[in-house]
Design a protein around this ligand. Structure first.
Ligand code: ADP
Ligand code: MG
Length: 828
């Protein structure tokens, strides 16, 4: 058997990573061109779909005269748009602009055809498909032996001896640093051995914010609302709550500080508890969904913005708080935007409540304007200049380019850690494995490279690794999601690699479809990322795109989440807070009214709202659950079907997402068989999840059992924690916990929440959703993907290579009419 070459092994690593996650294809968008093309195609498809839908409606549904007129009008518009889009397409929109030639001197198309030609030449000449590979290996071996004679060579040459690939960058500009006195306070030089706590206290004094402590406290004293702006790492999140605590603000209430991300809330709380020398969960704690690490003693509470939002339900005036700090306001998450409206309102009748809005970017005027011209407190920055480099030509594969660039920096650049921005866990794990693979066996040829991943689902024990100082002679490379853009400050970063992408939620209010897509970042994000390299000294940023890309393709700012998401959740919450007139809610940037209407429509269909838009008893119960409305409805409905015990197990398992099963590379067949065991009888994915949970419970929550069945024990423990909380909430809304193992009854309860998600098999083998007709498929990871029942109900739609339904269960169509007669009528 032929031994795999290094490149083939890496390819295998990638394939494995993708299949471990049950994806059929590598879903990463490989190039910017492709991204733009896909986006354009998707738009066209949407338009075509719309027209199809219209026809479907004309044929199948009884319409009022008004609706009919409206639809035909819409159709006319759509036809015109399609015509224009087709014309545009014919004009060859995707031709690579000439500007690339000017920009980098390299034409991407040409580059590609040269590469193809080279491949053909090699393959054709030698009639050996591995010729190129072998040539590459020979080349490598040749270079490796040359290594010994190259001690006096320039460092950039050295790189070439170790690694083949190289990316050329153009140094484009230098981002100015801020004016400040360089140098550290003298007492840092003291050599007296210090306790850990003393050292941390001294570190606090070196932060930029420290010099402004008294001024800041005075400003908080004098003003009820204050907007605070400062460079990432200046000490806003960790220091301000401590200053206020030291100044006595916690004597009459807690200080709450919100974060858009779970990991940030946990990590910052851990740091602050260390600085204060207290146990995490005592004076300093954190609260994230399904995990409350606070106690009676807690006075500094870090929490996700979503959690503070939920606290309004129990305490509409936040009476327990003396200060609320809405941190990372520039992120503009949905929850933060809603919080703005709510805290602004309570500040009016609670003059004793202090409100701090803190943000990393400089668009503070907008926040100030919104909060009735609140004063802006600017913490003077401390950032060194950052050199910006762009690639000469667009990179076809940003993940590979990022890896090559990291190694290039490692071998050729001065000491200093590297921060790489990637889009998600899968990508980070792939990059980690490939980096390890490429540096393996190089021994002392290169310095040690310490690889530190950081993403939301990383186990807490591993998260602190990124903060550990890098040992002398080694270099750290942090592979991070957007979390490292502003939420977490990592010291010692000198090099930033920015591929220019992030995962972004998008929502189509027409179809109700939400998807998480890899999309280009904004200019504001790109500059934030670059800034991360200039905290402790002059830095360098490597953008894996051209200057032309930056200038012409990136938006100035990221669109706030409220304008691109499903609003059903927050509408239910606002309604239960007694806010009825949503169209006139004080939004900083209002959501599209179509999305609001869509949310109201769904809540009405779920019987959470009545005809005049008031919260019903069902809706009130639903709002108690920190879950999406359809899941909450499913739980509330389980009361009627007397199967609440099973339904909360299913809800907890669904909340975990798709990280329950795993497929190790060498045991995929075993893993697949183990998984199929739970699907015996084609019970559907929901029941299979229930069986997994119950079987685990029967083994008394055994880790060994998980291991034998290729199930991630960490995910299961999380599901169990969530389930415990849901049990508590059942009691609160007075639903009796009853068990019933009749699958049909359980499926009916599921249908009570998910009836809007029904789909019917087509002749083509694809499915068509019933309510907002579009073509979808059963996800290959589903137990029913080979069975193809005539009618199904699905948990969610995900857009990857196709539109897939994930977590699918067979349905009897008469249930739809029985359970939701107001939503589905039999055609006469
Ligand atoms: P800001 O909110 O202004 O961006 P932070 O208060 O988060 O700044 O960070 C201030 C300093 O605290 C940073 O220099 C960072 O090194 C340090 N720090 C923050 N969190 C941690 C942590 N979990 N571990 C170690 N150091 C941390
Ligand atoms: Mg911060």
């Amino acid at each position: 058997e032929r031994k795999l070459s290094k490149k083939e092994e890496e390819e295998a690593i990638r394939r494995n990573k993708a299949s471990e996650r049950n994806e059929t294809e590598d879903l990463r968008l490989v190039s910017r061109q492709e991204y733009l093309k896909k986006r354009q195609q998707k738009k066209l498809e949407e338009i075509r779909d719309e027209i199809e839908d219209e026809q479907y409606l004309f044929e199948h549904v009884k319409l009022t005269e008004l609706e009919r007129r409206e639809l035909s009008y819409k159709k006319q518009i759509l036809e015109a748009v399609t015509k224009r889009a087709v014309e545009d397409e014919n004009q060859n929109e995707y031709r690579i602009p000439d500007a690339y030639d000017v920009e980098g001197g390299v034409n991407q198309e040409k580059r590609f055809s040269v590469a193809m030609q080279r491949y053909r030449d090699l393959a054709g000449d030698k009639m050996n498909p591995f010729a190129e590979q072998e040539a590459w290996e020979d080349h490598q071996i040749g270079k490796a032996t040359l290594q010994y004679g190259s001690k006096n060579k320039k460092r950039s040459d050295e790189y070439q001896y170790v690694f083949e690939d190289q990316i050329d960058f153009i140094k484009a500009s230098v981002m100015d640093g801020d004016q400040f006195e360089d140098g550290q306070p003298a007492d840092l030089l003291e050599s007296r051995a210090k306790s850990e706590l003393e050292k941390l206290q001294e570190d606090r004094k070196t932060l930029p914010i420290y010099s402004y402590r008294d001024e800041l406290l005075k400003a908080v004293d004098n003003h009820q609302v204050l907007v605070i702006v400062g460079e990432t790492g200046s000490g806003k999140t960790t220091q301000i709550p401590q200053y206020l605590h030291e100044a006595g603000y916690t004597k009459r209430g807690k200080i709450g500080c919100t974060q858009p991300r779970r990991v940030a809330a946990m990590s910052v709380a851990a740091r602050v508890s260390q600085e204060m020398g207290v146990k995490l969960g005592h004076e300093v704690g954190y609260s994230i969904r399904f995990e409350d690490c606070t106690s009676e003693k807690t006075v500094l509470k870090y929490m996700t913005d979503g959690m503070l939002l939920r606290e309004f339900l129990g305490e509409p005036d936040l009476a327990g708080y003396s200060v609320v700090m809405v941190d990372e306001a520039h992120e503009r998450t949905l929850s933060t935007d809603i919080l703005f409206g709510l805290v602004k309102d309570i500040a009016r009748f609670r003059p004793d409540l202090k409100l701090l809005i803190s943000s990393a970017t400089l668009d503070a005027e907008k926040f100030s304007d919104y909060f009735d011209s609140a004063p802006i407190f600017k913490i003077p920055g401390r950032r060194y200049p950052v050199e910006i480099n762009y690639t000469k030509a667009p990179e076809a594969d940003y993940l590979d380019a990022a890896i090559v660039t990291a190694l290039q920096i490692h071998v050729t650049e001065a000491p200093g850690d590297i921060l790489v921005f990637l889009t998600g866990q899968e990508e980070i794990e792939t990059a980690e494995e490939i980096l390890k693979h490429r540096t393996r066996g190089l021994g002392t040829k290169i310095a040690e490279l310490i690889i530190c991943p950081i993403y939301a689902n990383l186990p807490t024990e591993l998260q602190s690794k990124i903060f550990e100082p890098t040992p002398e002679g080694a270099r750290k490379v942090v592979l991070a999601t957007n979390i490292a853009e502003t939420s977490l400050t990592i010291d010692g970063i000198k090099y930033v690699i920015d591929p220019g992408f992030c995962k972004m939620k998008s929502y189509n209010p027409r179809t109700g479809m939400e998807s998480l897509l890899v999309a280009p970042i904004s200019k504001a994000s790109a500059n934030q990322r670059a800034g991360r390299s200039g905290r402790t000294g002059p830095g360098k940023c490597y953008r894996l795109y051209t200057m032309f890309n930056y200038q012409t393709e990136l938006e100035d700012n990221t669109v706030p989440e409220i304008q691109r998401t499903n609003l059903a959740n927050v509408v239910l919450m606002l309604k239960s807070l007694g806010i009825h007139d949503l169209l006139h809610f004080d939004f900083m940037d209002p959501p599209p009214s179509e999305a609001l209407l869509k949310a109201l429509e769904l809540l009405f269909a779920l019987s959470a709202l009545n005809k005049v838009g008031e919260l019903t008893k069902v809706g009130r119960r639903m709002a108690e659950f920190p879950l999406d409305p359809m899941l909450s409805k499913m739980i509330v409905a389980s009361d009627k079907y007397k199967c609440s015990d099973e339904i909360i197990s299913i809800a907890s398992m669904l909340s975990i997402g798709n990280s329950i099963f795993y497929r190790p590379k060498d045991k995929q067949v075993h893993a697949d068989n183990a998984r199929l065991n739970f699907h015996t009888g084609n019970v559907g994915d929901h029941i299979a999840l229930l069986k997994v949970f119950n079987s685990w419970k029967e083994t008394n929550f055994s880790t060994q059992w998980c291991y034998e069945n290729y199930i991630q024990v960490r995910s299961m423990k999380r599901a169990r924690d969530i389930r415990d909380q849901l049990e508590g909430l059942l009691e609160r809304v007075e639903i009796e916990q009853v068990s019933n193992l009749d699958f049909e009854v359980i499926k009916k309860a599921i249908t009570s929440g998910f009836f809007p998600h029904s789909a019917r098999l087509q002749k083509s083998g694809a499915y068509r959703t019933v309510k907002h007709p579009q073509t979808v498929h059963i996800h290959p990871s589903s137990g029913l993907s080979q069975v193809l029942p005539r009618w199904v109900i699905y948990h969610e739609l995900v857009l990857t290579t196709k539109e897939y339904m994930r977590q699918v269960t067979e349905l009897k169509p008469e249930w739809l009419v029985e359970i939701a007669p107001h939503y589905y009528q039999l055609k006469d």
